[in-house]
Design a protein around this ligand. Structure first.
Ligand code: SF4
Length: 351
């Protein structure tokens, strides 16, 4: 009898599965906490980047209750560098909800999982499949690509999503659903890659329509995205004589909420007026605007920051706003400093 799609894939998975820090050994199942933590970390971030963060989190907070008990500030600073900080806040809120409302155990049904902060349809399905071995269909970008190619779906994303979801759901086997979900992820990451898919070694090549039509690399098609706007501002790096740098805290809500930053002028579209921006300096000082600057891309806009540097003098420090703090340069890694602010400080230090 011909092997089914799932049987082919599982057979391939048994021989080629990736070893990942959060993945249980063959025949074992990862704890829901581990699956959830790794899936949240992996959103918009590569496996290579997540590895170290994952190890650090699990060592420091080995259970969901331990993470729930941690102060948000500590979680944000451990997360610093992974980006998309709303995920870290949701991570913490989710841990607290699981600890307070579910007795420290992740639910295994879709509805209560989806009710948890930061848990969307993909994460809920991944937890159900991988941690509870339920036949749930977890469709992330990798799986989307594999399915679009298997069925030669030419409708551009995001309009193709419902069809992809429906096709993917039909393929999920009743048995070994967790291994199947991970096999699809591995196939998308290592064989059915965005560029130059390795169809020749693919366990699904026989039934793959895009390969037969010679259009695998063109799929999935995507609707053209509107260009992101660029906002500009001037960041102020104020250093004490001993090298400590002035930081302030961002408002709790909104972009990079609750994170630390160096002060800056408002970030606005259009040309940056340095004279105007200097009016937002945290204290009057001999500000020197440095050559070059820092560029960073957020989900919805690019940010270009010019950087001004000054040395603090005691007389002017009385005017610092409340909530500001001096942080020694070798202790910056302990702070919840987003990547863009690390770039700004690095630029000021090396210029
Ligand atoms: Fe992807 Fe090629 Fe495999 Fe089709 S045959 S699923 S395009 S790697």
């Amino acid at each position: 009898m011909a092997m089914t799609h799932a049987a082919r894939l599982l057979d391939w998975y048994d021989r080629h599965r990736r070893t990942l820090p959060w993945r249980a050994p063959r025949g074992a199942t990862s704890a829901p906490y581990i699956v959830w933590l790794s899936e949240i970390m992996l959103q918009q971030t590569t496996v290579a980047t997540v590895g170290d963060y994952f190890h650090r989190f699990v060592k420091r907070w080995p259970t969901v209750e331990a993470l729930a008990d941690a102060p948000l500030d500590q979680v944000l600073s451990a997360w610093a560098g992974l980006g998309y900080y709303a995920r870290a806040r949701n991570l913490h809120a989710c841990a607290r909800t699981v600890a307070a409302e579910h007795g420290g155990r992740f639910p295994d049904d879709e509805a209560p999982l989806r009710a948890l902060p930061g848990v969307g349809p993909y994460t809920a399905a991944a937890i159900r499949a991988i941690a509870f071995d339920q036949p749930a269909s977890a469709v992330d970008g990798n799986v989307e690509r594999v399915i679009a190619r298997l069925y030669a779906i030419e409708t551009p994303l995001p309009d193709a999503k419902p069809e992809i979801q429906a096709r993917a759901a039909k393929l999920v086997p009743e048995k070994r659903a967790g291994d199947y979900a991970q096999a699809m992820m591995d196939l998308g990451a290592t064989v059915c890659t965005p560029k130059s898919p390795r169809c020749i070694i693919c366990p699904l090549m026989e039934g793959c329509r895009a390969r037969k039509l010679g259009i695998a690399e063109e799929l999935p098609r995507r609707a053209r995205k509107a260009d992101k706007p660029t906002r500009r501002g001037l960041a102020f790096v104020l250093a004490r004589k001993d090298g400590a740098i002035l930081l302030r805290k961002r408002p709790a809500k909104g972009l990079l909420g609750g994170m630390d930053e160096v002060p800056s002028s408002p970030w606005r579209e259009g040309k940056l007026s340095i004279a105007e921006a200097l009016k937002h300096a945290p204290v009057p000082a001999n500000w020197k605007v440095l050559e070059g600057g820092v560029r960073h891309t957020f989900t919805h806009f690019h940010l270009e920051l010019a950087v001004a540097r000054a040395t603090a003098t005691t007389a002017r420090l009385a005017r610092l706003s409340p909530g500001s703090a001096w942080v020694e340069i070798d202790r910056l890694t302990e702070r919840a400093l987003p990547t863009v602010m690390r770039k700004v400080i690095a630029h000021a230090v090396k210029s």
